[in-house]
Ligand binder design. Structure first.
Ligand SMILES: [Mg+2]
Length: 452
């Protein structure tokens, strides 16, 4: 951690085993109290309070906990309806097995792996137990999936009589001892960096990114480290000559905005390690969605995309009515055999615009429309927040601005004359026998809690 070179200054340190903590001129290699080498030291350790907590190979850890004979074996959780790896333990990872990999490929790489079908109810129960321990740390817990959450521990020192870093180390120890799974902690000064940190030192990690090192830490990293920068956008950036975050740091923000609109200004901010998002209890798993069950099954991309567009229009209307935007789009499909497929995609910017939501939905749909007959399609958006300030009519991005303006004009006509007054050209092409009834508002509201 570079603490030896700066030994004239005072450095914060803690022992992750016995939880001794101190600020001193020198950092011992081993804990002076218990002798453990599991020390964490950093200039800003006791000043930082935004954390991302992520369970290590969660499903696999739970199964190993419940069957100790699996402990030293490569373990893969998967092989459900989708035929892909849900989670694999760290031993299986050494063979190259990864999450979301097709099962046949995982078996090829690791023929000796033990394969277990996921037991979601069990994982949800364990997740709830972990959540209760989080709630005891701070009221500001923002779960982002079954096994990870952001925590804001600002101002908790007095209650816990310890800095946030120590509360987190104690939490990690408690979860390992009482629940029997291990977690990794990322500690920093905002959500973006906390999430990056939790991935640095897995499993059983505890990584810190301080304010002072933020720029130098980010500079050599690939731009794909920035959340929401997917493959397509990465490729665009590469073509334009941007490979590392450092290149974005050195670029004029105005130029980035000219090139990429709002996404450019977001890149400019995040490349500097600036992320103003609050750890928000409200956005917890909430989503809004719209779905349609067809009268007859649909298999072609063209017909499915027409239905998707109709659902997206309704979804966008509801987001606008509630004055919220969201940043994660989920596509839901049900096959004629009642198998559910859900696919999600993170957006660069939160939105309520039908155009943007539809494009994201289509990119997911294109991969799923493989000739399978479907009986239902739906689209949802989560990561909701107040709409103020998003989807701005951005003069620097004329295409987005034009789309947004056209969409707003359409909305205002609809609000006066009803939805049927303006129908997108695309919808005229749909076949009459696939004109399925839109879900009623009550139905749609009811779906919110189920749609993940
Ligand atoms: Mg995890």
């Amino acid at each position: 951690m570079g603490s030896i070179a700066r030994s004239s200054r005072h450095v914060d340190w803690l022992c992750r085993d016995c939880l001794k903590w101190e600020t001193s001129g020198t950092v011992p290699n081993r804990c002076p109290a218990c002798g453990s080498p599991r020390m964490r030291s950093h200039d800003e350790l006791f000043a930082l309070s935004i954390a991302h907590v992520d369970c290590d190979a969660f499903y696999a850890s739970v199964e190993k906990r419940d069957d100790p004979s699996l402990r030293d074996k490569p373990l893969i959780i998967g092989g459900g309806a989708r035929g892909v790896v849900s989670t694999c333990c760290y031993i299986a990872r050494q063979f190259g097995v990864r999450s979301a990999m097709p099962m046949f490929k995982a078996r090829e790489l690791c023929p000796d792996a033990v394969i277990i079908k996921p037991n979601m109810q069990k994982y949800v129960d364990v997740s709830r137990q972990i959540r209760r321990h989080m709630d005891a740390l701070t009221p500001l817990v923002e779960p982002i999936s079954i096994d990870e959450a952001f925590l804001d521990l600002t101002g908790t020192e007095r209650v816990h009589k310890a800095p946030p870093a120590l509360s987190l180390a104690r939490f990690a120890k408690t979860i390992a001892e009482k629940i029997g799974v291990t977690i990794s902690v990322g500690l920093s000064h905002n959500k973006f960096l906390a999430k990056v940190a939790s991935d640095l030192d897995k499993p059983r990690g505890f990584a810190v990114i301080g304010k002072a090192e933020t720029l130098t830490f980010l500079a050599p990293k690939p731009i794909s480290l920035i959340y929401g920068v997917g493959k397509v956008f990465s490729e665009t950036l590469k073509k334009d000559g941007y490979h590392t975050i450092g290149q974005l740091q050195d670029e004029d923000p105005i130029r980035l905005m000219k090139l990429y609109g709002e996404a450019g200004s977001r890149l400019a901010r995040l490349s500097q390690g600036q992320d103003a998002r609050k750890v928000s209890v409200d956005s917890e798993m909430k989503s809004i969605s719209s779905e349609t069950t067809f009268n007859t099954d649909i298999a072609t991309l063209e017909d499915l995309s027409t239905e998707l567009l109709k659902c997206t229009e309704r979804l966008s209307e509801r987001l606008k009515a509630k004055n919220v935007v969201g940043d994660t789009v989920t596509l839901k499909l049900k096959t004629s055999g009642f198998r559910l497929r859900t696919r999600a995609r993170h957006l660069m910017m939160p939105t309520q615009l039908a155009n943007v939501l539809y494009e994201a939905g289509m990119s997911l749909l294109q991969r799923e429309a493989d000739g399978t007959p479907f009986r239902l399609i739906g689209i949802g958006v989560s990561g909701l927040e107040a709409a103020d300030g998003f989807d701005p009519v951005d003069l620097l991005e004329p295409l987005v601005a034009r789309k947004a303006a056209a969409e707003r004009a359409m909305d205002s006509v609809r609000s006066r004359f009803g939805r049927a007054a303006v129908v997108r050209g695309r919808l005229y092409t749909s076949r009459p026998d696939n004109q399925s009834a839109p879900a009623s508002e009550e139905e749609a509201e009811d779906l919110e809690s189920k749609f993940r």
